[in-house]
Design a protein around this ligand. Structure first.
Ligand code: DAH
Length: 344
C-alpha cells in the first residue's frame, strides 16, 4: 500500500495538464467515485488494526494532497484561459454595428428650431385632432367661406352625426391655443404634422409637416416680420440668399404675403427646381388679423403681431434636392442612410 501511495504521489506531483480535458481525466483517475484513491480506501478496510493506525493518517494526507493539487491545477487553468482571452489581438477591427440616423425632416425641423430659439422663440405644440374653432373659425375662416376650400380637410364624423372635428390642416391652430391660454407677449414656433385630403403623388401628400411662427407684443410691425424671416433664411441656407415678399391672402393675416428665396440650387440662374424663375416660394406670412387676436381674447388695439407658416418638406427638398415627397414616408433605408450624422 505504501508503495502504491509513493507511486501515485510521484505521478500526481509530475502531472501538468495542457487543458481542462486532461485535468478532468486526472480527476476521474484519482478522485473519481471509482478512482484510485477510492480503491485505496477499500484496501484499507482489509488491513490489520496495527497497520490501520499508521496508514489511516498516511492515506488521509495523501488524499488531501491529491485534492489540493487538483484545486491548484484547476485554478491555474482557469486563469490561464483568461490570460489567453486577453492575448487576443486588440488591434483587429471590431464587428461593425449599424448606427441609426435622424430622419431628414427631423434634422431640418431641429435646425429651424435652433435658429428661432436663438432669437428667443419658444417651442409649442398642439393636438393633431382639432375642432373647427381652432383650425378654422378662430382663424377668421367664417362658416361656408370659400377660404375653407383652400385646404382639403379630413373631417371626423362623430357618433351623433356632427363633424366639427377634423385632422388639423395646418399648425396655425396652435397659435389659437397659445393665445387663448396665455397673455402677450408671445414668441413661439410650433412644429407638427398636418393632414390634407390630397391624392398622394411626388408633389402632394395626405400628411406633411409644418412649422408655425407667432410673435405678438406691443408695436410689432411688418418690418420685424421681414427682418426675422430674412435672418432665418441667411442662417438656414447661407449668407447671401435673397428674399422677396409677394402680396397674398390668408384669412388669419392682414396684410398677407408669401416669401420667396433665391433658388438654392441654381443660385437664381434658373433650373427646373425653380421652374427657371430663379425664385422658390418657402412660406406664407403676415400680420395677425385683429379679428384673430380678438377671437383669442387679446386686445387688438394694444397688441399687434406677425405669423408665418412653412412646410418642412419643402424646406428639406430645397436643402437636399429631394424631388419626391413620398420618399419621406416610405422608410427606405437607402434613402434615409444618406442623412447619417454624428448627432444621434
Ligand atoms: N397656415 C398656412 C397654410 O397652411 C400657412 C400660413 C400662412 C401660416 C400665413 C401663417 C401665416 O401663420 O401667417 O397654408
Amino acid at each position: 500500500m505504501q508503495e502504491k501511495i509513493d507511486q501515485y504521489t510521484a505521478e500526481i506531483n509530475a502531472f501538468s495538464p495542457a487543458n481542462a480535458d486532461e485535468l478532468e481525466v486526472f480527476r476521474i483517475k484519482f478522485l473519481g467515485t471509482k478512482g484510485l484513491i477510492k480503491d485505496l480506501f477499500e484496501e484499507f478496510k482489509a488491513v490489520g488494526p496495527e497497520e490501520k493506525r499508521v496508514f489511516g493518517k498516511v492515506l488521509n494526507q495523501f488524499k488531501q494532497m491529491a485534492e489540493a493539487k487538483y484545486a491548484e491545477l484547476k485554478d491555474g487553468l482557469d486563469s490561464g484561459l483568461k490570460a489567453q482571452d486577453l492575448s487576443l489581438d486588440l488591434t483587429l477591427p471590431g464587428d461593425g454595428f449599424e448606427v441609426g440616423s435622424r430622419h431628414p425632416l427631423s434634422l431640418v425641423r431641429n435646425e429651424i428650431i435652433d435658429i428661432f430659439k436663438r432669437l428667443g422663440f419658444v417651442v409649442a405644440e398642439g393636438p393633431e385632432i382639432e375642432d373647427d374653432w381652432h383650425n378654422f373659425s378662430a382663424l377668421n375662416f367664417p362658416q361656408e367661406h370659400p377660404a375653407r376650400d383652400m385646404q382639403d380637410t379630413f373631417f371626423i364624423r362623430k357618433g351623433d352625426g356632427s363633424d366639427d372635428i377634423a385632422l388639423r390642416t395646418h399648425t396655425s391652430s396652435v397659435q389659437v391655443r397659445m393665445m387663448e391660454n396665455g397673455k402677450p407677449p408671445f414668441r413661439a414656433i410650433m412644429p407638427g404634422r398636418v393632414y390634407r385630403n390630397e391624392a398622394i403623388s411626388a408633389r402632394a401628400h395626405c400628411f406633411f409637416h409644418q412649422v408655425e411662427g407667432l410673435y405678438v407684443d406691443e408695436n410689432v410691425s411688418f418690418s420685424d416680420l421681414k427682418q426675422t424671416l430674412f435672418h432665418f433664411v441667411q442662417e438656414l441656407y447661407g449668407e447671401g440668399t435673397k428674399v422677396r415678399f409677394r402680396p397674398s391672402y390668408f384669412p388669419f393675416t392682414e396684410p398677407s404675403a408669401e416669401m420667396d428665396i433665391s433658388c438654392t440650387i441654381c443660385k437664381g440662374d434658373g433650373c427646373n427646381m425653380c421652374k427657371y424663375t430663379g425664385w422658390v416660394e418657402i412660406l406664407g406670412c403676415g400680420m395677425v388679423d385683429p379679428n384673430v387676436l380678438e377671437n383669442c381674447g387679446i386686445d387688438s388695439k394694444k397688441y399687434t403681431g406677425f405669423a408665418f407658416g412653412m412646410g418642412i418638406e419643402r424646406i428639406t427638398n430645397l436643402k437636399y434636392v429631394i424631388r419626391d415627397l413620398r420618399l419621406f414616408s416610405e422608410n427606405d433605408v437607402r434613402f434615409l442612410k444618406q442623412f447619417q450624422t454624428d448627432i444621434i
